[in-house]
Design a protein around this ligand. Sequence first.
Ligand SMILES: CC(C)(COP(=O)(O)OP(=O)(O)OC[C@H]1O[C@@H](n2cnc3c(N)ncnc32)[C@H](O)[C@@H]1OP(=O)(O)O)[C@@H](O)C(=O)NCCC(=O)NCCS
Length: 191
Amino acid sequence: MQVFLETDRLVLRRFTSADADDLVSLDADPDVMRFITGGVRTSREEIENEVLPAFLGYYQRYERYGFWAVIEKETGEFLGWFHFRPREGGAPGEIDLGYRLRKSAWGKGYATEGSRALIRKGFTEFGVQRVVAQAMAVNQASRRVMEKAGLTLVRTFHQPWPYPIDGDQFGDVEYALDRTGWQQLGGSGAG
Ligand SMILES: CC(C)(COP(=O)(O)OP(=O)(O)OC[C@H]1O[C@@H](n2cnc3c(N)ncnc32)[C@H](O)[C@@H]1OP(=O)(O)O)[C@@H](O)C(=O)NCCC(=O)NCCS
């Protein structure tokens, strides 16, 4: 296993084509998909033909950015993923942070732990200038993770989305943290 990053409780590693089943089961939980598709699962066909190839494609283009599988150290279980990737249309050094974890892993601080570690690595080793994250305004758990990782609200916006989701009238939020802000926090995320 090629370890990309290790925290107290998590290992982040590259995806492989052997991860299809875990991705199918992650996206099969309507609660996991609630603020993404309104609860609609991702088909196996889409995972195998689109999602996983897209994840693997990042490793061809970037050494340091892309999608990372999250493994719980204690159990060896697959918990989900983080993405830490160049922001589409963003300035150089601007990175988009995201996460999706199995429901059984929620509420243990894992998303915050992984996000802080990625942010630290980005600012200290990768030359990242700014980390950005977006969520539906009503996705309180995701917003809380952003806040705990030191990001602050930049704007609320509305974008067309193919899935009707409860709360989409409140739009989406964007949070960000730049290098200077991170240093001012003591270089540890918010905590
Ligand atoms: C978002 C997600 C990754 C968070 O993972 P996690 O490991 O549970 O996050 P953490 O434990 O680090 O922190 C969650 C925080 O949100 C809070 N929270 C969770 N649900 C909440 C809710 N409905 N309202 C308010 N706060 C909530 C938790 O209490 C915790 O904050 P605290 O430490 O101040 O108590 C997880 O919920 C998930 O995978 N959701 C489905 C996919 C998704 O929506 N991804 C984000 C798309 S933008």
